[in-house]
Design a protein around this ligand. Structure first.
Ligand SMILES: Nc1nc2c(ncn2[C@@H]2O[C@H](COP(=O)(O)OP(=O)(O)OP(=O)(O)O)[C@@H](O)[C@H]2O)c(=O)[nH]1
Ligand SMILES: [Mg+2]
Length: 443
């Protein structure tokens, strides 16, 4: 698969400029160095990086474009990286139409999360604990009342939905809605789809109950046990910010757009010109039912960025509740690396969601997960945990030639981190391309 050659290193790759790796080993503490592993051999090799990059750029300017695919299982973070590329390399602002769609998606993402958390609260037998909780001073209802309302309207649908719905003002168009007596900036968005629009309306009706329940101690316990119900971790940012998102003036921020979750169901391509070189970047859907569409873009691929979520070692797939997500990612990585279409393609591995991994290893032991019971490192240890999973990915390769500079530990929602990682990724792809075309000798 043409990935350079070096012995596996017992070092964690630098995590880039995002500063999200509090426990990075000393040799990576700077975080702003080259693109990958840190052995002396590589330090020597990287001295040539500038020359290689110049050579590669000159050749690519002559020869055409870089075709890059983002591959990986569902929810690993491919589309988030795709959005970051748009932010970094496309100077056009998002249109209001785009932002309205993301506003609807953000509100509906909250409702989806709350639905799962409320049902989980009930399954965990924690309802009685709600009765013992006091809501904050200014709350219009108790925590128990808030929960009952959400169960009735969002989970069990036992409430009379006619009784509480967002006002529809006959004087405004059918896509606009009133929110607290004012025209809502986001309103509705046909592009977001019917289900998301309905959930966004439910959000406007019940945001106060959501806020009250989210702040309760009982919900904190449920949140700590969320891995059983596949709630999207980054949506905690939305849940912590309910009044802003419920406001009639709400306009999604860049960060809101980045964390908005829309499952990818078709192959999407964007073109960029970066430093004189044309890039064609493809984002695909990662869930099992989407993978048969991947083959359509497998022709003449310069580089694959394989994205796997580090934090998902204790979660199961959304589409197959008994399959561990990390096991699925490893199997998928194995089949991508061994795919003949990629015999001449650079394959890079992004171990993503390091921010969630950092937090999760403090309470969820890697060795307690059956597929990873051979983990022998200390608990609550970021570095050992990352090295363990890097080795698991390396074990998927037929030959032991996966250069550590092809691996990055990333946080896709952190623009600084992704900026740094993508810069070094570009250099690696270009020099790897040169090596495989015989312009430069192998390491
Ligand atoms: N906290 C955190 N959240 C992340 C990170 N990367 C992605 N996410 C969130 O995870 C969710 C899923 O990410 P997506 O980019 O939609 O995943 P995907 O790989 O495109 O998923 P499919 O389209 O189903 O294949 C989104 O809500 C992101 O905001 C990360 O590094 N940290
Ligand atoms: Mg996607």
């Amino acid at each position: 698969m043409g990935c350079g050659s070096s012995a596996p290193q017992q070092t964690v790759p630098p995590s880039g400029g995002g500063g999200h790796n509090p426990s990075a080993p000393a040799n990576n503490a700077g975080g702003g160095g080259g693109g990958g592993a840190t052995s002396n051999a590589k330090a020597g090799a990287s001295a040539n990086t500038g020359i290689e990059a110049d050579l590669a750029r000159a050749r690519l300017e002559d020869e055409g474009k870089i075709k890059m695919l983002l591959l990986g299982a569902g929810e690993s973070g491919k589309s988030t990286i795709f959005k970051q590329m748009r932010l970094l390399y496309n100077s056009n602002e998002r249109t209001d139409d785009d932002l309205r769609m993301y506003g609807v998606v953000a509100r509906s993402n909250i409702v989806v999360a709350v639905r799962k958390l409320c049902a989980h609260l009930r399954n965990l037998g924690l309802e009685e604990e709600l009765d013992r909780e006091e809501a904050g001073d200014q709350s219009s209802m108790s925590v128990r009342q808030a929960y009952d309302e959400l169960m009735a309207y969002l989970v069990d649908n036992t409430a009379n939905l006619e009784g509480k719905s967002v006002s529809q003002d006959p004087s405004v168009s059918e896509h606009q809605i009133l929110n607290n007596g004012k025209k809502d900036w986001v309103g509705q968005s046909a592009r977001a789809g019917g289900a998301a629009n309905n959930d966004a309306k439910l959000f406007l009706d019940h945001h106060e109950s959501i806020r009250i329940l989210w702040q309760s101690d009982t919900m904190k316990k449920v949140w700590a046990k969320r891995s059983a119900v596949n709630v999207i971790d980054s949506h905690k940012q939305y849940l912590d910010d309910i009044p802003r998102i419920a406001s009639p003036d709400y306009k999604p921020t860049t960060q809101d757009v980045l964390i908005a979750r829309v499952r990818t169901t078709q192959v999407i391509m964007e073109k960029y010109r970066i430093d004189g070189i044309d890039f064609e970047v493809y984002d695909v859907g990662g869930q099992r039912s989407e993978r048969r569409k991947w083959i359509d873009c497998f022709d003449s691929v310069t580089a694959v960025i394989f994205v796997a979520a580090l934090s998902e070692y204790d979660q199961t797939l959304a589409e197959a509740k008994r399959t561990n997500r990390m096991v699925e990612a490893l199997e998928l990585f194995r089949s991508v690396c061994n795919n003949r279409s990629f015999s001449d393609t650079s394959i890079l591995l992004f171990l993503n969601k390091k921010d969630i991994f950092t937090e999760k290893i403090m309470y969820s032991d890697i060795a307690a997960q059956r597929p990873f019971c051979d983990y022998a490192g200390p608990t609550k240890d970021f570095d050992h945990g990352v090295l363990y999973f890097i080795q698991k990915f390396k074990d998927c390769l037929i030959d032991d030639d996966f250069n550590d500079s092809f691996i990055h530990v990333t946080c896709a929602t952190d623009t600084n981190n992704i900026k740094f990682v993508l810069e070094s990724t570009r250099t690696i792809i270009m020099s790897d391309n040169l090596k495989r075309s015989g312009f430069l000798g192998a390491d």
